[in-house]
Design a protein around this ligand. Structure first.
Ligand code: PS7
Ligand code: MN
Ligand code: MN
Ligand code: MN
Ligand code: MN
Ligand code: MN
Length: 352
């Protein structure tokens, strides 16, 4: 059921949707089926943050050019006609920034209350990303403490959870009580981002970016690059288990968050990425491939998850249980975090 109304869309908005489809496989579909009140605001929120992330991710942009763009992006996104040609030729979403003026034009047509939320989150995220851009204070040779790791995940994902929750509540589609429990929207973002960081370890390493915190990896290996050596596979897997455990601890709060969503289209939009994340977490758990290549859940599994996550909370809890049971099955008593992982999986069993 596409709620998007193509006939009444002007040319710039159509171009925005082309960029949405080009930049995200998983999000474009769920965004286009959102409640009409939020469809366009959330699509533009996505494109603005995707643009910001395309600057953050590009390691060919010199830091002296990158930092001011990240810090000022919340003003840049309001400059009529602005676009950016500075990405390297290999940056996958460079086309969005080359054409960014269409996003700016459409953003300015959004209801002012929604614009204010989008701008506030972009301001905080851009400044947070700049703090962590390579060789900056928090990220000299990678992230150091678990606290720094969680602060990075707050900037790039926890804040998205906050902004989306404010949009859902402002439009009457979610329980306002969610705003009194900011931990829950934070966990929705943290769970997605931490799972992404575990899965992307090889790709990020090749890009000279290190998001696994030293406080965790140093318990298992002496140098970060040792994680990738075949002779260290056992300790590297123990390290990845600790990373998985750290992410898994958000799973129960994600299910509590989903219980606060009233609207079916918002439920689907919020539940699908979480279901994909728990399946991805199971896939990366005790999987030595993560240190050598980028792995993904199969198309078939993704389809199945999409169908299940668009039913109701009970079914989504069932999906979480299915995958935490698989994690528990792979969990080994020789793993230093065996007991903790087993407890974290057990917590999910208590849900309806
Ligand atoms: C506004 C829909 C639903 C309460 C582009 C959706 C990068 C995992 O780290 O490029 O560069 O490798 O693979 C989405 C909470 C954010 C968090 C965040 C905006 C869920 C720019 C998604 C998505 C909150 C910052 C994957 C966080 O990108 O990552 C909208 C509720 C964007 C959500 C980034 C990461 C997304 C991510 P990386 P990716
Ligand atoms: Mn990215
Ligand atoms: Mn990024
Ligand atoms: Mn990336
Ligand atoms: Mn990625
Ligand atoms: Mn990543």
């Amino acid at each position: 059921v596409h709620t998007r109304d193509k006939k009444t869309e002007c040319e710039t908005l159509q171009k925005c949707f082309v960029h949405l489809e080009n930049t995200s496989r998983s999000f474009s579909m769920v965004i286009q089926e959102l409640n009409p009140e939020l469809l366009v605001p959330v699509a533009l929120f996505y494109l603005i943050l995707r643009g910001l992330d395309t600057v953050e991710d590009d390691m060919t942009i010199p830091l002296e050019d990158k930092e001011p763009i990240l810090r000022d992006f919340h003003n840049i996104m309001e400059k009529d006609g602005w676009n950016f040609n500075g990405n390297g030729p290999d940056e996958k979403d460079r086309g969005l920034l080359v054409d960014f003026d269409v996003v700016i034009t459409e953003y300015k047509k959004v209801k002012p209350v929604y614009q204010a939320i989008i701008k506030d989150i972009t301001d905080k995220m851009g400044n947070g990303m700049a703090d962590y851009a390579n060789n900056a204070e928090h990220n000299v040779n990678g992230v150091n403490t678990i606290k720094d790791y969680e602060l990075y995940c707050h900037y790039v994902a926890g804040l998205v959870g906050d902004g989306l929750t404010r949009l859902f509540v402002e439009s009457g589609l979610a329980n306002p009580a969610l705003l009194q429990r900011p931990h829950l929207s934070e966990s929705m973002g943290q769970f997605l981002q931490k799972t992404n960081i575990i899965r992307d370890i090889r790709e990020d390493f090749d890009d000279k970016r290190r998001f696994w915190p030293k406080e965790i990896w140093s318990k298992h290996v002496e140098k970060f690059e040792d994680l990738f050596k075949p002779e260290n596979q056992t300790v590297a897997l123990a390290c990845s288990s600790e990373m998985v455990l750290n992410s898994l601890r958000h799973a129960d709060e994600c299910l509590f968050y989903l219980a606060g969503i009233k609207d079916q289209s918002v439920f689907n939009f919020t539940a699908i990425p979480q279901a994909m994340a728990i399946a991805t977490l199971e896939l990366v758990f005790q999987n030595p491939k993560i240190f050598h290549q980028n792995i993904k859940i199969t198309k078939g599994d993704a389809c199945e998850l999409m169908i299940q996550s668009t039913q109701n909370l009970r079914i989504v809890c069932g999906v979480f249980k299915t995958y935490t049971r698989k994690i528990a099955k792979k969990n080994s008593p020789t793993d230093p975090n065996f007991l903790e992982i087993s407890i974290a999986c057990g917590k999910i069993e208590q849900f309806i």
